[in-house]
Design a protein. Structure first.
Length: 493
């Protein structure tokens, strides 16, 4: 039989990760199964979890935080311990977002972290919970820079800048050192990084919330290419492109941009939250976290209709091949469960991580209502390329009603992170007391680890077995944070 479905890396209040195997076949004693447009998926159970200390440091002495914003598994690195059943190792990359921002955004340089991992399937029950069985070891960090080699930043954008061969990019001008301390000031390209794909050539593809663009970086971390999304995605204020997310800097916390929300384009902190690729590397896929402003995105009860993009990658050309409407889940409260990640399954089906917000470790509420790995099918959806891509292009009304001539992707709910009967097998839970065993709020990443043939039983239905790995973004929350050796930060706790 297939191993239980979840491989988890939990760090409380550290960085959390869960994992769940994806099964496209019938399986006995499954926790949950769903059929999406004729294809069956089975969740067999939680397979593990792990921890990463909230005050862990990278090779530059900076706090490692937020690595669950996106993860990417180096498939070539995966090894199965042939002498010990159910034991795996490999390399996995973690992408932090814009950095610690409890007291305002700051001048944190964007980066990608590299880890090795080991995972051993263990027996775990509610009566006898297992200890952490997914272990991360820090290996390296790549710092990211702009086209001219200047470090990137997590500061909120204030202006724009142009480089030859690139579209207009966001720019953040700052005073002092950008952390509220003395310094010469400066200007850097800002990214709020949320999606990560490894290129076969050693490059990194990264999606971002500020501009809602997709960026490519070489193996040393220098920006070499930018995909500008359709104008309908680009935020406008007062008739001009404005990439601010209304997130004032730590050195000017009372600053307010006007208007606070863009009039069209991606909403604040609702940009390109997700990124994935086809196995052959020919296609990139990305999706907005929720609806554009003109499609209802200004209100969390109306932002259901988001947009999914497919790009064809060629050596000297990148082409937008498809654009689809995706209708996100609506919670009993009427609020929309925004999406935090997608992952390629086939040319027509993708995993989607949809979740609520404001519930979990360190939040006002401890019990999450919806944290799911769901599935979408785009095979019958209307291709909208070129039809709704102008700055005011709409797929839905401002009240969030999808246009009648648009067929959205099929949305199939599937795997819940919040199943306490599964979580309890590893001593963690959803809801209850605010302690180290409570799940973190923000689950934002996917990776698929293939199950070795020796570790699964074949059935007549066929199908492929995986562990679905998911990390959480802990927002750099720590009582012992550090950046550049001189800037120290901590959260209440």
């Amino acid at each position: 039989m297939l191993f239980p479905v979840s491989l988890g890396l939990l760090a409380l209040p550290l960085t959390q990760v869960l994992a769940n195997p994806i099964i496209a076949r019938d399986a006995p004693a499954a926790v949950n199964a769903t059929t999406c447009n004729g294809k069956k998926y089975v969740y067999e159970g939680l397979a593990g979890y792990g921890k990463l200390a909230s005050d862990a440091r990278d090779k530059f002495g900076d706090t490692i935080g937020g690595i669950g914003s996106a993860i990417a598994l180096d498939k070539s690195s995966i090894k199965k311990n042939k002498s010990k059943k159910g034991t795996y190792s490999g390399i996995i990359y973690g992408l932090p977002d814009r950095g610690w921002n409890t007291q305002g955004t700051q001048n944190t340089q964007t980066r990608v972290h590299k880890f090795s991992f080991t995972f051993e399937v263990v027996e775990a029950t509610l009566a006898k919970p297992a200890a952490p069985n997914f272990k991360l070891t820090y290996l390296d960090t790549v710092l990211l820079t702009g086209p001219d080699g200047t470090p990137l930043t997590g500061l909120d954008p204030t202006d724009t800048v142009t480089y030859e061969g690139f579209p207009t990019l966001p720019l953040a001008k700052y005073t002092g050192n950008g952390f509220g301390q003395d310094g010469p000031g400066g200007a850097r390209v800002p990214l709020d990084t949320e999606g990560l794909v490894l290129g076969d050539d050693g490059t990194y593809w990264i999606s971002d919330e500020y501009a809602a663009f997709v960026y490519q970086f070489d193996k040393k971390g220098k920006m070499i290419k930018v995909i500008r999304t359709p104008d309908a995605f680009v935020p406008l204020r007062n008739g001009t492109e404005s990439f601010s997310a209304a997130s004032p800097p730590i050195y000017d916390q009372k600053f307010k941009i006007s208007p606070e929300d863009p009039t069209t384009g991606r909403g604040n902190n609702q940009g390109l939250e997700a990124l994935t690729r086809s196995p052959d590397g020919k296609y990139l896929y990305t999706m907005l976290q929720s609806a554009t402003i003109q499609d209802g995105g200004s209100k969390n009860t109306k932002r259901r209709n988001t947009r999914f993009l497919q790009y064809r990658l060629k050596k000297n050309k990148i082409e937008l091949k498809a654009e689809y409407a995706v209708q996100l889940p609506v919670l009993p409260s009427g609020r929309v469960a925004s999406q935090s990640e997608i992952h390629y399954i086939s040319k027509s089906q993708f995993l989607v991580l949809a979740r609520d917000s404001g519930a979990g470790h360190g939040q006002d509420k401890s019990q999450s209502i919806y944290r799911n790995a769901d599935i979408i099918d785009i095979s019958s959806a209307t291709n909208l390329v070129g039809k709704v891509d102008a700055f005011d292009g709409q797929i839905a009304t401002k009240d969030g009603v999808l246009k009648s001539d648009i067929v959205p992707a099929i949305y199939c709910p599937w795997l819940s992170y919040n199943n306490n009967e599964e979580l309890g097998k590893f001593g963690v839970r959803n809801g209850g007391a605010q302690d180290e065993n409570l799940l973190n709020e923000k689950w934002e990443s996917f990776a698929l680890l293939p199950v070795d043939d020796e570790d699964t039983e074949k059935t007549k239905e066929g199908g492929k077995d995986f562990f679905l790995i998911s990390f959480s973004d802990n927002d750099f929350i720590t009582q012992n944070g550090q950046y550049n050796t001189i800037h120290h930060f901590l959260d209440e706790g």
